[in-house]
Design a protein around this ligand. Structure first.
Ligand code: DPN
Ligand code: ZN
Length: 317
């Protein structure tokens, strides 16, 4: 028998207060076990993810070298992602806000169907800093989430839960777009989100494999995926609160995500298990003009993209 949420919280003892504050973990929203066989997530073609990165780099090159908030390169990035989603059958909406005197935009894409009261949401910030094209930060997350959404459409996936995808504006100015969205939902809208998955920098050139240590069900889903590949993961500590999951988490939404490292240096122990260069930053081009398509580790991008699809499929049925 499926225990009640309160019964489980009591059994969990120390978790009681956290469960009440957060509205419970993602597991509390799981449906009773059914008879249907779980649909398997598709492999996300890394060549397609990289093709989006090439396009984002061209967009930056044509717009003064960046895709930053309030600049033409950001608008062009939104247009690019939105056109792909519209063509694939998503219901898209562009949410407008103002920050630092400039107009910003979030792009939200809903896949028709599924329980509207149990939304599995995945997002990435689409803006770069002004100093470069932002291909690892955060073309990587943006392209992988886009390709996952397109894979949903290609496979005609119809999960029990509702799928939503988002690309945030003005993350680099302090999580502005995602905070605006979370506020705009209101308490009722927020309560419908079973989980929010965040992907910010997932193709770092000297990569680590970091999983956010937040909602236990989401965390376990990612860890299971990497365990299946035989790849050790670590808990993400470099960026706690530094990306778009923070506004969701602060509002009580279960969150999780992946990260391959920014300006922290890889230790000798990390290089021993993941390869790469000890004593060097995970991303030496973090927030610089060299954050181009050359600043991407294809293996990390590939694994993380597949992990996103795995989690989206796993958590939505
Ligand atoms: N929020 C990232 C940025 O856009 O600069 C950096 C970051 C992400 C750092 C995740 C740590 C963890
Ligand atoms: Zn950044």
């Amino acid at each position: 028998m499926k225990p009640s949420a309160s019964g489980r919280a009591l059994a969990a003892g120390a978790v009681v207060v956290a469960a009440l504050l957060t509205g419970g973990s993602m597991a509390d929203a799981a449906p009773a076990s059914g008879t249907a066989t779980a649909a398997a997530a598709p492999d996300i073609p890394v060549a397609d993810v990289k093709a989006h990165l090439t396009q984002l780099q061209s967009i930056a090159a044509a717009n003064g070298g960046n895709r930053a908030h309030g600049r033409p390169g950001y608008q062009a990035s939104i247009d690019y992602v939105k056109a792909k989603l519209d063509a694939a059958g998503f219901t898209t909406s562009v949410q407008q806000f103002t920050s630092s005197g400039r107009t910003g935009y979030n792009l939200v894409a809903d896949w028709p169907g599924g329980d509207p009261n149990r939304v599995v949401m995945s997002g990435s910030h689409l803006d770069s800093v002004t100093s470069g094209p932002g291909i690892n930060d955060n073309g990587s997350g943006s392209a992988a989430v886009l390709e996952t959404a397109l894979a949903v459409a290609r496979s005609g996936y119809q999960p029990a839960k509702h799928l939503r995808f988002a690309w945030w504006g003005a993350e680099e100015l302090g999580l502005v777009g995602s905070r605006y969205y979370v506020n705009s939902l209101g308490a009722a809208g927020r309560a419908k989100i079973s989980g929010y998955l965040n992907f910010d920098m997932i193709g770092s050139p000297n990569p680590g494999y970091f999983v956010y240590d937040d909602d236990p069900t989401i965390e376990k889903t990612f860890k299971d995926y990497f365990a299946g590949l035989g790849i050790p993961t670590e808990i993400e500590t470099e960026g706690d609160g530094r990306s778009d999951h923070a506004p969701f988490k602060n509002a009580g939404v279960p969150v999780g995500g992946l990260f391959s490292g920014a300006d922290y240096r890889k230790t000798a122990a990390q290089a021993a298990k993941w390869g790469g260069t000890a004593g060097q930053a995970f991303d030496r081009c973090y927030h610089s003009s060299c954050d181009t398509t050359a600043n991407i580790d294809e293996t990390a991008l590939n694994r993380n993209s597949d992990a996103i699809a795995y989690a989206v499929w796993q958590l939505s049925q």
